[in-house]
Ligand binder design. Structure first.
Ligand code: SF4
Ligand code: SF4
Length: 449
């Protein structure tokens, strides 16, 4: 087993991390699929409002890659299809039947899995809606099924304590996880199973198959970070990756022949009482995750991670890849003479505030503490970047439309962790600039594909 220690990054000290307590949250009346959160996919809708669907019925496929299918997370009637800017499909909403039924797929036994042709296995995963869980670096799009990666990276646990704990989602699911790993081994010669050093438990069931132990601050568990620090040649840049919870789903789909919809989601509203793990299902409406919170306009819904996620609203639905939801206090009040206060309770990486010298968790809110200002070349962003990018120069190259220069600065190594934006005293949204430039570059090199 290899040990990988990542030195750069940020020691998470945000208060309210979800406890290991598990609560059930069934979907109440509706679930939905959210296509616009899946990058580089152009949906061709296969259903319309009023159609009846089962769990696992096709909702849409990718126009650019027919055969890449996206399936229904619920059984019932299509009650709405909503569109965002430029007529991009935002949500496909399903009103649930009381008695939900599954579409069935062929079951795969272990002896068949060992013999099955790689292409046939990929077809089965594409047809069964499981392929979107396998993603590819450096653009983080759904993996290209026609390519052969150097390795598949599996992440167990996260350096972000607001993501679900692997201890929790693996409990009672080891058989499915192992079957999922066996399937991945049919897709690539190397499957690296990375275990982030969460609080160790005495009987860690993952000890038998883990190949890499990861140590370090956030985002040390990100496959892009591990790859950056271990790769030996450029061919590895396009490796595939998958989250540990999705490996369980993959194994479950192949073993049972049913599209698996269960999900473990970590939830935090900053309080000890409500922050825990929620046993729920794919595509649940956000407000169904926190039924006690009624229309609270002083809260912001953040989906996908405190530093790397996106803002949502309570009536939106959980998208396919996200398993972390946070309710953050909205705050736009300016602090009188804030610049001369010692900052005992200010969450900041800057050594100009006292709290930077303590590891005590502090509450976070949406306050930016000021507006965007010009870069002052402090170098904080470069100092914290886990993949040694100098975001200040990369950002300036992008701003000047010098994409080649931005690439030379390491743009494609960016793991979209959000740390550079978080530490920037000039409030420059560096991560957004870099991610947007990556997406534009991806479109440019894939024109006509
Ligand atoms: S450039 Fe910013 S977002 Fe990208 S990896 Fe570095 S710190 Fe993270
Ligand atoms: S942290 Fe912000 S102000 Fe400082 S060098 Fe980076 S971009 Fe410039």
């Amino acid at each position: 087993m290899k040990t990988v220690k990542i030195k750069k990054g940020w020691q998470f000290k945000i208060a309210g991390k979800p406890s290991h307590r598990i609560e059930n949250r069934p979907a109440i009346t509706h679930v939905a699929f959210v296509p616009d959160q899946i990058p580089f996919v152009k949906p061709r809708l296969m259903v319309q409002v009023g159609d009846k669907v089962k769990i696992g019925s096709i909702l849409f496929e990718d126009k650019k890659r027919p055969g890449l299918k996206f399936l229904s997370p619920g059984c019932g009637k299509i009650s709405d299809v909503t569109f965002g800017p430029r007529r991009v499909i935002h949500e496909i909403v399903i009103a649930l039947d009381n008695d939900e039924r599954f579409k069935t797929f062929e079951i795969l036994t272990e002896p068949v899995l060992e013999q099955i042709e790689r292409k046939l296995l990929i077809d089965r995963l594409m047809n069964g809606g499981m392929w979107p869980f396998v993603r590819q670096l450096p653009f983080r799009q759904i993996a290209d099924p026609d390519s052969l990666p150097n390795a598949v990276w599996v992440s167990l646990g996260s350096a972000d304590p607001f993501q679900p704990s692997a201890h929790i989602y693996l409990k009672g699911q080891t058989d499915f996880f192992e079957f999922g790993i066996k399937a991945l081994r049919r897709l690539a010669d190397t499957v690296n199973i990375c275990r982030y050093n969460e609080t160790p438990v005495k009987s860690d069931s993952t000890a038998n198959y883990v190949t890499h132990r990861l140590f370090g601050k956030y985002p040390a568990s990100d496959p892009g970070v591990v790859l950056y620090h271990t790769k030996k040649n450029a061919a590895e840049n396009r490796d595939w990756y998958i989250d540990g919870q999705d490996v369980i789903q993959l194994g479950k789909f192949l073993k049972t022949g049913a599209y698996p919809i269960d999900r473990m989601v970590s939830f935090s509203d900053g309080s000890f009482e409500n922050s825990c793990h929620l046993k729920t299902r794919m595509g649940i409406r956000l407000k169904d995750l926190a039924p006690g919170i009624i229309n609270d306009h002083r809260k912001r819904w953040v989906v996908g991670g405190v530093l790397s996620g996106y803002t949502s609203i309570r009536d939106d639905f959980l998208d396919l890849h996200q398993t972390s939801v946070m309710l953050m206090d909205e705050s736009h009040e300016s602090e009188l003479f804030g610049f001369v206060r010692p900052g005992f309770k200010k969450l900041s990486n800057s050594r100009s505030v006292i709290s930077a010298f303590s590891s005590a968790p502090l509450p976070i809110n949406s306050d930016m503490h000021g507006e965007q200002r010009p870069c002052i070349n402090c170098g904080y962003c470069a100092k914290i970047c886990p993949v040694d990018i100098m975001p200040q120069y990369t950002f300036k190259s992008i701003y000047a439309d010098e994409i080649e220069e931005a690439l030379a600065c390491g743009l494609l190594d960016c793991v979209e962790c959000g740390l550079c934006s978080f530490v920037c005293p000039s409030k420059i949204e560096l991560t957004d600039f870099l991610v947007d430039a990556k997406h534009r570059y991806h479109k440019e090199i894939n024109q006509g594909v």
